[in-house]
Design a protein around this ligand. Structure first.
Ligand SMILES: C[S@@+](CC[C@H](N)C(=O)[O-])C[C@H]1O[C@@H](n2cnc3c(N)ncnc32)[C@H](O)[C@@H]1O
Length: 275
């Protein structure tokens, strides 16, 4: 057996199912739109956009755009931006923020990863930032690639968990990690692309609490209401190393994956190449 015998698309789907991944309805995201608009994650957006090459590019398609972290940051540098998301709440907040910023070159597109993308325009640049938690990665990458004229950029989980593994375990939520970026790299390789890999270090979503009560509130916001037993275990973990508690545990890292579409050969050259 060689690596060529591995069906990475199937492996990813199997892993996602084994990890308990499920499609979330758009309403679950609608409810988070106002909160996401105030995330204050400028460092992540700076790190993401600084790694992009926009030379020769006029148009952007931002998939799973949310409230527009990437779309709004790039719109002033482009002729037109298409912001795709299946959550009406997210798109509403994005368009409200665009109006506040005086940006008139953004078109919202309400579609899911899983929908028919026939009417989605092909753009010079395509991004999918923190929005690739899909059930079928092979299909998602094929869609991104098909809509890319020049360059594509996405971020994917490293390690497959959104909160510190130790914290998850002491809350009794130690389910298997979700599939991470390594599937993306292998699938793109299989598609004939040559992906570049980088990393963006981000604040852990439980970071920044000044004391245990604030930390417990952050945990509850992330995983749901805590039982007395969970709160007790969490308190012991926090008190054992309050500095670690203030960091929210281990740092959070995104994989940043970039690829280019090969320039098409001029008519007449295709088929003429020699080994
Ligand atoms: C964590 S947010 C990321 C938003 C933004 N790209 C950013 O980096 O801040 C994930 C976004 O993906 C969208 N999303 C999740 N599943 C989706 C699906 N199946 N189809 C389309 N959008 C989806 C959600 O509505 C949400 O806006």
């Amino acid at each position: 057996m060689t690596i060529h015998d591995i069906d990475f698309g199937q492996l990813y789907r199997d892993h996602m199912r084994a990890a308990g991944g499920r499609e979330k309805p758009p309403e679950a995201w609608d409810a988070r739109a106002e909160e996401m608009a105030n995330l204050g994650d400028g460092a992540y957006v700076r790190d993401f956009t600084a790694r992009m090459n926009l030379s020769g590019c006029d148009t952007l398609l931002d998939v799973g755009c949310g409230t527009g972290a990437i779309a709004l940051a790039l719109a002033p540098r482009l002729r037109h931006v298409y912001a795709l998301d299946y959550s009406r709440g997210m798109l509403d907040v994005l368009m409200r923020n665009a109006a506040t910023l005086g940006l008139t070159n953004i078109t919202p597109i309400r579609l899911a990863w899983e929908d028919d993308w026939s009417d989605v325009p092909v753009c010079d640049v395509v991004t999918a930032s923190r929005s690739t938690r899909v059930m079928d990665m092979a299909d998602a990458l094929a869609k991104l690639d098909a809509k890319t004229k020049r360059r594509a950029y996405l971020t994917s989980l490293v390690g497959g968990r959104f909160i510190d593994a130790e914290v998850a375990e002491l809350l009794g939520r130690a389910r298997p990690a979700l599939p991470d970026y390594i599937y993306v790299i292998n699938l793109l390789h299989r598609m004939g692309r040559q992906p570049r890999l980088d990393y963006i270090d981000n604040d852990n979503r439980l970071a920044g609490a000044e004391n245990f009560d604030e930390f417990a509130r952050k945990v509850a916001f992330s995983v749901g209401e805590l039982t007395d037993e969970q709160r007790m275990r969490l308190r012991a973990w926090y008190d054992a190393d309050p500095a670690r508690g203030r960091r929210g545990g281990a740092p959070f890292r995104w994989a940043f994956v970039a690829w280019e579409k090969p320039a098409s050969l001029p008519v007449g050259i295709v088929g003429g190449a020699q080994d």
